[in-house]
Design a binder for this molecule. Structure first.
Ligand code: PLP
Length: 381
């Protein structure tokens, strides 16, 4: 989709792009200053495989302050982004043939990572509010189930899992001997009444078996700096660090210095970005409310809305002659007829939905969502 958008833009077409999976903000000034000082000070050398000790101390402090979970610095591994942290957790926890439960809709990369670890991804349908239910998890459980991958705030649905639900899921996972990998990369981005709670804080017993994942990408608009954090029981953290030592030697030293500076001094900019996303979430919510027939929970976290198309499926678009049978068909039509780019839900396990990212300016959001509304209204039964 990104390639298609770029190609159109290169031909001079003004595309209203709601596909972005990264914040459209600059990183905190502290990160830039930290990076420049590290370069000038010749700090660009290998670090400890698990990351610089002072950064691990800072990450442990941040996790305790923001999530209420206590880790020692030896339980933290700094990685080149949350993505590889999740992959390394899976590679360490999953033996060939082990099953990994993935609530659906899900982030596109999860099933592929599980397959890389020679595991078997098992998708588990969420309820209408895009929440995973214990009954559905238990129905999918087998003696080969090893890991449950949780992601709240969620990409692509924007759902934020309530604490009571996390307590239930945590009790179930402990009872069934299932480890949780909790991807909390969007933790700082929640809106309205939604509050992020870590499953490892809701059900503290999980801390003995499970893995917390976070990073700089979404909270500090530092996607390309590639900085992720993993926190785990000591043995598992050590195994991940040993693996990382063979795979990557160490995470990028300059980005580690930048991240340390941003964690210490980037809080105000992080809060401003969150407030801007909150304002956009309100715009998206109001725009979606004005469209009858879509089903979705209001976006509560991350920066996505994920409406299901319901009765619009099967209708015909008069401008292109296309019958809209899936989110992907609507994506093609919107791009062709309205120069609006969104993602189809198929890659996230829900082909009847589209993902709208609000990592775009308020003006782009307003115009794009109005075109979205008009297009749906024009579809013929
Ligand atoms: N987890 C989820 C749910 C994501 O959406 C993303 C990025 O889009 C990541 C992890 C990866 O983050 P990072 O840039 O830290 O690798």
């Amino acid at each position: 989709m990104i390639a298609r958008v770029r190609e159109l833009q290169a031909r001079g077409v003004r595309v209203l792009d709601l596909t972005a999976g990264e914040p459209d903000f600059a990183p905190p000034a502290a990160a830039v200053e930290g990076a420049l000082a590290a370069i000038a000070g010749n700090k660009g050398r290998y670090t400890a495989a698990s990351g610089m000790p002072e950064l691990r101390v800072e990450v442990a402090r941040m996790i305790e302050a923001e999530f209420g979970i206590q880790y020692g610095p030896d339980q933290i591994v700094v990685t080149a982004g949350a993505k590889i942290a999740i992959a390394q957790a899976l590679l360490n926890l999953v033996d060939p043939g082990d099953q990994v439960l993935i609530p659906s809709p899900y982030w596109t990369s999860y099933p592929e990572m599980v397959k890389l670890a020679e595991g078997v991804p098992v998708t588990v349908p969420c309820d209408a509010a895009f929440l995973p239910r214990v009954s559905a998890l238990d129905a999918a459980w087998t003696p080969r189930t090893r890991v449950l991958l949780l992601n709240s705030p969620n990409n692509p649905t924007g759902a934020v899992y309530p604490a009571a639900l996390l307590r239930e899921i945590g009790a179930w996972a402990i009872g069934r001997g299932v480890a949780v990998i909790s991807d909390e990369i969007y933790a700082s981005l929640t809106y309205g009444d939604a509050r992020h709670v870590s499953p490892l804080a809701a059900a503290p017993e999980l801390q003995r078996t499970s893995v917390w994942i976070g990073g700089m990408s979404k909270a500090y608009a530092m996607t390309g700096w590639r900085m992720g954090f993993l926190a785990a029981p000591p043995d598992l953290a050590r195994a991940v660090a040993n693996m990382q030592s063979q795979l990557a030697s160490s995470p990028n030293a300059i980005s580690q210095h930048a991240s340390l500076a941003a964690l210490r001094g980037g809080g105000a900019e992080r809060a401003r970005m969150r407030d801007a996303f909150a304002a956009r979430a309100r715009i998206v919510t109001a725009a979606l409310r004005a469209i009858p027939g879509l089903t979705y929970p209001e976006p509560a976290g991350a920066f996505y809305a994920f409406p299901r198309l319901g009765g619009y499926l099967g209708r015909k678009d008069p401008a292109t002659g296309r019958v809209i049978r899936s989110g992907e068909d609507l994506v093609e039509t919107l791009l062709e007829a309205d120069q609006v780019a969104v993602m189809g839900g198929g890659g996230f396990g829900a082909s009847d939905a589209v993902r709208l990212s609000f990592a775009a300016s308020e003006e782009v959001l307003r115009v794009a969502l109005e075109r979205f509304r008009t297009r749906l209204a024009a579809l013929q039964v």
